[in-house]
Design a protein around this ligand. Sequence first.
Ligand code: SF4
Ligand code: SF4
Ligand code: FES
Length: 247
Amino acid sequence: MTRRLTFNIFRYNPQDPESVPHTDNFVLEEAERMTLYIALTKIREEQDHSLTFDFCCRAGICGACAMVINGRPGLACKTLTKDLPDEITLMPLPVFKLVGDLSVDTGTWFSAMNEKVESWVHTNKKMDPTVQEERMNNALAEEIYELERCVECGCCVAACGTANMRQDFLGAVALNRIARFIMDPRDERTEKEYFEVVGTDEGIFGCMGLLACEDVCPKQLPLQDQLGILRRQMGWTAVKQLFHIAK
Ligand code: SF4
Ligand code: SF4
Ligand code: FES
């Protein structure tokens, strides 16, 4: 039997002084293999043209459609309604600036984060286009690629207790990013330089370790492992700094 789904959707337009935060209810007949993307598009086309939400790839690749689905951050385009109860509550991701309804500005947050952790390979080697590229060990390249699969959706940040309490917290996504550069033999940053970026309360020592980040990551990044490794590395660097032996 076809289910009738009830959607409780957060509505608010911060640009409109008359707008008041509230939820609107929409009822929709479920279709086979319906995703939340399809449901929201149908609601916007047939019931309320002003409903605001973000989508781009519809394939779990761009990270744009993240929202809080029945209390849990996730990607709307990868969520099938058949896996949800008859009543579905959709809220925008917390932590990020609200654009309107379910749409948030993750771009500004991510570009500030990328600048803060200097998310690029630091090297003094001059690029010579006439020389063959240096090969990287395949196993290592795969390990790095595993961490590179992040789609910057923001789910891990939205689920993080520390990020919700403290705006300066870097979040699992940034800590994972640094872990990726530490692994990369082309990056010439020293232990001390990495420590300055993440060996702080804004970084790994502000993390409570409850791992909501890993639970909600739609790309199943190994955040738990990376946070553990980084905590140990930064702990050792702190000890070495005490004895003035950190490089
Ligand atoms: S383990 Fe750390 S980064 Fe992950 S959700 Fe908890 S506090 Fe945030
Ligand atoms: S680590 Fe996972 S949850 Fe966090 S931004 Fe990347 S893909 Fe999204
Ligand atoms: S629309 Fe791109 S991840 Fe959902």
